[in-house]
Design a protein around this ligand. Sequence first.
Ligand SMILES: Cc1cc2nc3c(=O)[nH]c(=O)nc-3n(C[C@H](O)[C@H](O)[C@H](O)COP(=O)(O)O)c2cc1C
Length: 348
Amino acid sequence: MHIGSHLLANNLFAAPMAGVTDRPFRQLCRRLGAGYAVSEMVTSRRELWGSLKTSRRVNHEGEAGPIAVQIAGTDAPMMAEAAAYNVERGAQIIDINMGCPAKKVCNKWAGSALMQDEALAVAIARAVVEACAAHGVPVTLKMRTGWCRSHKNAVTLARAFEDVGIRMLTVHGRTREQGYGGHAEYDTIAAVKAAVSIPVVANGDITSPEKAREVLACTGADAIMIGRAAQGRPWIFREVAHFLATGTHLAPPLVAEVKRLLLDHLQDHYLLYGQYTGVRSARKHIGWYVKGLPDAAGFRIRMNSIEDCAGQWDAVAAFFDELAGAADRIPAATAAELDNEQEAAGTQ
Ligand SMILES: Cc1cc2nc3c(=O)[nH]c(=O)nc-3n(C[C@H](O)[C@H](O)[C@H](O)COP(=O)(O)O)c2cc1C
């Protein structure tokens, strides 16, 4: 599969998740089988570009290409400027965010709220495409199925976005009104796929290899995108890839492998964020990795009181050493457990 001239390793994508899919996590997902990973969104507000948060988000050191940066905002010229800013900093693909349920930019609703104002949504897409054309950078866009149940306009918008030069569309199978509630539906994604000739990516509630196969089949989508199910379980991409290729399941990972992955992930995380922020922001990742494992709740309480990277790293190593004494492999989660976790993880 291609985006513009970029050939992707496969059609299994890691979803952009603000506060989660930073560079270390994206690199890990790519190592474990994701063919493509989009960065957390970068605001179009110029005054925030110098902030530590944005500078970490635009840091792509050592990241394998294609480097895809998502931008969010409500003003077409500002979005065009944000695209150019990110291209100058190494973005090879620009993705426009029309998928977040609640993001205020300049006191206006950005993200999926833009789907309510079709003229503005298309003007933004056109301006960003024009800004990127000079650099040969393709522009993609992520949206929901529509504003609310009675106003699902993803198909109309998809056609308009294709007309102004958007090169790939990702559709999360929920309306903006739904937030993360209810279930994703795939009929609208199938309708978008049938309406356009650019690649379409299906997203929402894909928690297992079986679900991945089902969503690819029922939507006809070119690729699938996984978000929350990869939190603490980045090896889901290789599990899906194996299942799609062979129809059989990979064994769950060895405890020793997960220990190594997590400790490496923590090292990269501390390097990007430094001790104070690093130790705190790592807690949620550690919590996701240990979820469902014996003594996870007690461990999380103990771990949350540790305030230095070395102490946190040692505690994680000791937790997995103890687990390795009792089991070779991480227990496989049931489909019901995965779906429950998914609902709990939809926090944005
Ligand atoms: C914590 C969190 C942060 C998110 N941040 C973004 C974001 O920055 N941009 C975006 O387009 N979508 C964002 N999303 C939405 C996801 O990309 C994805 O569309 C959604 O979670 C549904 O997919 P899933 O069921 O596989 O998680 C976020 C979701 C979560 C849970």
